[in-house]
Design a protein around this ligand. Sequence first.
Ligand code: PRP
Ligand code: URA
Length: 208
Amino acid sequence: MKEIVLNHPLITHKLSILRDKNTGTKKFRELVGEIAILLCYEALKDAKLHNTVIETPLEKYKTQSMNEDDYAFVPILRAGMSMVDGIIKVIPNAKIGHIGLYRNEETLNPVEYYYKMPENIKKREVLVLDPMLATGGSAIATIDRLKKDGVKKIKFLCVIASPVGIKKIQKAHPDVQIYTAHVDRCLNEHGYILPGLGDAGDRVYGTK
Ligand code: PRP
Ligand code: URA
């Protein structure tokens, strides 16, 4: 499945501010949340609608609505939480699962330290959230874990992706659609995305 890249002037504008090393924690968080809303808007284009009848102040009206319960959002801790902040503004009843992973700085392999999903996770479509797709290790470990729990439909939403990370997900999980705001040039020798925005977790939480 070919990755979906949000080509839009608004995204280019917001990413320019996000990447700037002088952008502080508050603004950084807000921007990741805003971009997450735009990614979610794109990722839910195929959302199932259910027929319903409502009454406007003037008459009955046959319309359609989404069942927010059909979905679960799974941020990869820590940085993925900043995307949830945006998404719950447009899907306030979203069910949220959490997976905690950190990259071993030497091997770059993901290490799991937390996993808690909403009930009936296997019946829901799951949108995995992480601002950064670098080597692809964290994304693949998350998707593996969700599939082990029986989840059938998974989408992966990120702010910045590396070409190698995209290829690795597509090879390991060809059924998973990737949505990204931008595909950057490459990774450096420490597995950081170039030009990138640095360490997303540290910038969101001000830890460095
Ligand atoms: C970052 C980022 C991703 C991961 C991407 O998390 O938020 O989860 O790295 O890298 P990968 O594609 O090579 O796996 P990090 O491990 O720094 O943890 P943090 O969010 O807690 O800072
Ligand atoms: N994780 C980050 O936060 N940033 C990168 O550039 C790569 C992985």
